[in-house]
Ligand binder design. Structure first.
Ligand SMILES: CSC[C@@H](O)[C@@H](O)C(=O)COP(=O)(O)O
Ligand SMILES: [Zn+2]
Length: 225
């Protein structure tokens, strides 16, 4: 674990209740800090992006819908079940909750899912209409996915999925791709943004940072060749 926390970023002995109820305060604070960092990097303009972390007992802590991710309060981190149903009365979870739930349902080792709307992710996917993937080759920073990459000498496919406002339909299109291991470092939604995940909030954040670096670099590289 990146910071010595238990799986999912929760240290049971250090749990304090947040204003939202049973989301551990420390975990809510971690998601708030991750939102602030994503905002500082320009990855969550307006109210875009959403952040989540796994809780014990088939529950997920996730940002509520429509708030600016750079100005999150711990009370904006609410609880849903694995099907995406809100467990925090009166609070609407992220519109994209289902995309987070699908990752947690597939892989028990995943503790956090992050989604941002950066310029590189949006521009590059729009510049590649009809393309099913961006192939990232030869980059040292691919080793940020140390569970699947141990050398720069690889080619990793980053799938591009056409955007859709219908989340069940979008999740259904993503499901086979995820199940078949065709999104080993995350995926991008065309004209929309990035989804990445990791063992805890910090691990997911490092991977988001690595992927943002890769996409920005890929845009620069394509200008030079
Ligand atoms: C500001 S538009 C962005 C939304 O449509 C959506 O894509 C998004 O990322 C944030 O939705 P949210 O419901 O706040 O989690
Ligand atoms: Zn989005």
């Amino acid at each position: 674990m990146a910071d010595g926390l238990a799986a999912g970023g929760i240290a049971p002995s250090a749990v304090a209740e947040s204003a939202t109820g049973s989301v551990p305060l420390r975990l809510a604070e971690k998601l708030v800090a991750a939102g602030q960092r994503m905002d500082r990097r320009g990855w969550v303009p307006a109210t875009s992006g959403n952040l989540s972390a796994r809780l014990p007992g088939e529950r997920i802590a996730i940002t509520r819908s429509g708030v600016h991710k750079g100005f999150l309060e711990t009370s904006d981190i609410i609880e849903v079940d694995l099907s995406g149903r809100s467990l925090t009365p009166g609070m609407k979870p992220s519109a994209e909750t289902l995309l987070h739930c699908q990752i947690y349902a597939l892989w028990p080792e995943i503790g956090s899912v992050l989604h941002g709307h950066s310029v590189p992710a949006t521009a590059l996917t729009m510049a590649l209409p009809g393309s099913p993937a961006i192939h990232l080759e030869g980059y040292e920073i691919l080793k940020a996915w140390s569970d699947v990459v141990s050398t720069h000498d690889v080619s990793m496919a980053l799938p591009i999925i056409d955007n859709d406002q219908d989340m069940p339909r979008l999740a259904a299109r993503l499901q086979p791709l995820l199940e078949q291991g065709r999104a080993p470092i995350g995926y991008v939604l065309r004209g929309h943004g990035i989804y990445v995940w990791g063992s805890d909030v910090n691990a997911a954040l490092y991977r988001l940072e690595a992927l943002e670096f890769l996409l920005a670099t890929e845009i620069e590289r394509r200008k030079l060749v």
